[in-house]
Design a protein around this ligand. Structure first.
Ligand SMILES: C[S@@+](CC[C@H](N)C(=O)[O-])C[C@H]1O[C@@H](n2cnc3c(N)ncnc32)[C@H](O)[C@@H]1O
Length: 142
């Protein structure tokens, strides 16, 4: 589970899903992981308050009716050095109102690209607010 893995690397993780069952299962699984909060809510409508240095949209963007509102929410809540990672399945599915390509084109248009990975099954992009490389942001390059 992505949330569980992120919790080993992040000080605090806020996970969100619109399905009560998914939220219940995640809360059970992560009950002993104090740095994780699991929220029930649909994005972009119930986007959480706060600023985030990492936002991960894993296979959720194509369910959102208002992709422009999602893009606005993401962009406005990233910190000045914040990073957005999005990953979406590329095969068509009847419940997806739009494709991975359409979702990523919308999400990234106000941000700076850092990583673009395209393969038959999925699309993965990483963008940042300021376009700084990971090495530079971590101070490795001085
Ligand atoms: C394909 S699953 C991906 C689950 C998880 N994000 C992952 O990558 O393992 C899609 C999930 O998106 C959730 N979902 C669908 N529309 C949503 C929305 N508008 N807001 C939040 N979650 C949504 C569904 O309930 C479902 O759990």
């Amino acid at each position: 589970m992505i949330t569980e893995r992120l919790a080993t690397r992040c000080d605090e993780v806020l996970a969100c899903d619109s399905a009560a069952r998914a939220v219940d299962l995640a809360r059970e699984r992560l009950a002993r992981t104090p740095n994780v909060t699991v929220a029930l809510g649909a994005i972009p409508e119930q986007w959480p308050d706060g600023r985030f240095d990492l936002i991960v949209l894993s296979e959720v963007g194509y369910y959102c009716d208002d992709i422009d509102a999602l893009t606005s929410r993401v962009t406005a809540s990233l910190t000045t050095t914040g990073v957005l990672l999005a990953c979406h399945w590329r095969h068509s599915a009847p419940e997806h109102p739009r494709t991975a390509t359409e979702v990523h084109a919308a999400l990234g248009h106000l941000l700076k690209p850092l990583v673009h990975h395209l393969e038959d099954d999925f699309l993965l992009d990483v963008w940042s607010s300021n376009g700084e490389s990971v090495a530079r942001a971590d101070g490795i390059l001085g």
